[in-house]
Design a protein around this ligand. Structure first.
Ligand SMILES: Nc1nc2c(ncn2[C@@H]2O[C@H](COP(=O)(O)OP(=O)(O)O)[C@@H](O)[C@H]2O)c(=O)[nH]1
Ligand SMILES: Nc1ncnc2c1ncn2[C@@H]1O[C@H](COP(=O)(O)OP(=O)(O)O)[C@@H](O)[C@H]1O
Length: 226
């Protein structure tokens, strides 16, 4: 059996984590887990956890580590036979250490995108709240203005994507992400990508993953099996 592959993608809000994750999941068959999506799902369903995290998410504040690990780690346990890609988790050193206690990541992708680009993208980002499908009025517009392509339901804008919330989010992201990035750098699994366009970054990520996923040790063994 091919070795399981475990990866995470990091980057500030609007850096393209969701867009790139979707391409990775489609091209490489990894299960995709987005912390933001799970949080919003809980809030919409008014679950106990959803009510607990609502004020944090609405104010773009980080949900406490113990709540995030309780939300994310059991989902990973359910995926024990699968390769996966995490988006939005771990976001703090506490979360990264909790994850490290259970799983060794094979690869972490870090996206470095200039502030002006993030600002432009997020002011144009619209989502379908029920599914988490993301649109951008310039980059990937919906077929019908303001409506989800699959369900036809209305699209909304996150309050935390509006310019007044954005600067604080980005500053906070940098402070909190630095020790996490340093940890993965020290483990030799961090790969950083810079640029202003997802379509130009994607071929590099695609080729990195093709190489990494096809040079896993037990893949080699499998190839030698008659
Ligand atoms: N103009 C433009 N928009 C992009 C590009 N890549 C992603 N987007 C859009 O920018 C917004 C943020 O991307 P998303 O993947 O949600 O970022 P995340 O917050 O890091 O998950 C979305 O509306 C995307 O459709 C790009 O290269 N150019
Ligand atoms: N790992 C996490 N730790 C703490 N809070 C989180 C985490 N992931 C998501 N959140 C909360 O959910 C919100 C939305 O997250 P997400 O959808 O990943 O969007 P973005 O990448 O645009 O910040 C964040 O502003 C934060 O309040």
């Amino acid at each position: 059996m091919a070795k399981l592959f475990r990866a995470a993608i990091m980057g500030p809000p609007g850096s393209g984590k969701g867009t790139i994750s979707k391409r990775i999941a489609q091209s490489f068959g990894l299960q995709y887990l987005s912390s933001g999506h799970f949080l919003r799902e809980g809030i919409a369903a008014k679950t106990e956890a959803g009510l607990l995290v609502k004020t944090y998410v609405e104010r773009s504040m980080l949900v406490p580590d113990h709540v995030m690990t309780r939300l994310m780690l059991p989902r990973l346990e359910q995926l024990s036979g699968h390769s996966w890609l995490l988006d939005g988790f771990p976001r703090t050193l506490g979360q990264a250490l909790a994850l490290n206690n259970l799983y060794q990541l094979d690869l972490v992708i870090s996206l470095n995108i200039p502030y002006e680009t993030l600002k432009e993208r997020l002011s144009d980002r619209w989502i379908h709240p029920a599914s988490g499908r993301v649109y951008n009025m310039g980059f990937n517009p919906p077929q019908v203005q303001g409506k989800d392509d699959i369900t036809g339901e209305p699209l909304i804008q996150h309050d935390d994507d509006k310019p007044e919330a954005l600067m604080a989010r980005l500053r906070h992201y940098k402070d909190v992400a630095k020790p996490v990035i340093d940890l993965y750098k020290s483990q030799g699994i961090l790969h950083s990508f810079s640029g202003t366009e997802t379509d130009r970054i994607w071929p590099y990520i695609n080729s990195l993953l093709s190489t990494k996923m096809h040079t896993q040790p037990s893949d080699t063994c499998q190839a030698q099996t008659p």
